[in-house]
Write a protein that binds this ligand. Structure first.
Ligand code: BGC
Length: 256
């Protein structure tokens, strides 16, 4: 167990990739704060699974796209876990599919607030806590292949993930002297609720699979194992990197 005695806060961990990461970090020995937008049964299920793995779990709810609530989420997490939070996983994310000319201000704000502003200020509060404790820490952002790869009709999403990439690189440099590492995981197409509509459309799914050299969509566990590695001492010398977990999607090119 690589994370014995550690605590982690995972945003968006009531399902999908976030739940997979929360469980994997717990299996590696970490106590977990399940941070969710709204406290519902799914959040409790994640917490129960963490407890079933023998670890402590707390559920904290709030809209991280609102700075005051993001700070309140981190403060509640620190109160719930004596000794503070060692590992922050910025996982919560949303996307809106719309042609560029149809994107509304509300769509744009929802995507940028959740995917970029939230991680920005939650991370700020996390870093303050680590500095006050005089201890290092680990920040892992769940970005996307679309921090690099264009995705027509998802321009706000791509802008948020590209922003997350530069936030990660900047903080990796700025926080290195404090012993805090910052890395991104960039998943490709993973079987999670964000892809529910795609998975229900056989033709769309076939077209997607044709772009994935490994020939299948990813599973939350494919991402979770990499998150556990980044959270562990095995990754102590690693900062400022993006790891693509995409079955080869990003660099796929073949002449027919
Ligand atoms: C998006 C999915 C998309 C996948 C591959 C992810 O970041 O959330 O909607 O299927 O990238 O393009």
């Amino acid at each position: 167990m690589r994370l014995q005695g550690k605590t982690a806060l995972v945003t968006g961990s009531s399902g999908g990739i976030g739940r997979g990461i929360a469980l994997r970090l717990a299996q590696e020995g970490a106590d977990i704060v399940v941070a969710v937008h709204r406290h519902d049964d799914r959040a409790d299920e994640t917490a129960a699974a963490v407890q079933a793995a023998g670890r402590r779990a707390a559920v904290v709810a709030g809209d991280i796209g609102n700075v005051a609530q993001a700070f309140a989420v981190m403060d509640a997490a620190v109160r719930a876990m004596p000794g503070g939070i060692d590992i922050l996983v910025n996982n919560a994310g949303v996307e809106v599919n719309a042609p560029f000319v149809a994107v509304t201000e509300a769509d744009y704000d929802r995507v940028l607030d959740t995917n970029l502003k939230g991680p920005f200020f939650l991370t700020q509060r996390f870093v303050r806590q680590r500095l006050e404790l005089g201890r290092g820490g680990k920040i892992i952002n769940i970005s996307s292949v679309h921090e690099e790869l264009p995705f027509p009709h998802f321009t706000s999403y791509c802008a948020s993930k590209g922003g997350l990439r530069m936030m990660m690189r900047n903080l990796a440099i700025e926080l290195a002297a404090s012993g805090i590492t910052v890395n991104n995981i960039a998943p490709g197409a993973i079987e999670t609720p964000i892809n529910r509509r795609l998975m229900a459309d056989a033709a769309k799914q076939q077209a997607l699979l044709a772009n994935i050299p490994l020939g299948r969509m990813g599973l939350p566990d494919d991402v979770a194992g990499v998150a556990a590695f980044l959270a562990s001492a095995d990754a102590d010398y690693m900062t400022g990197a993006t790891l693509f977990i995409d079955g080869g999607l990003l660099w796929n090119y073949a002449e027919q």
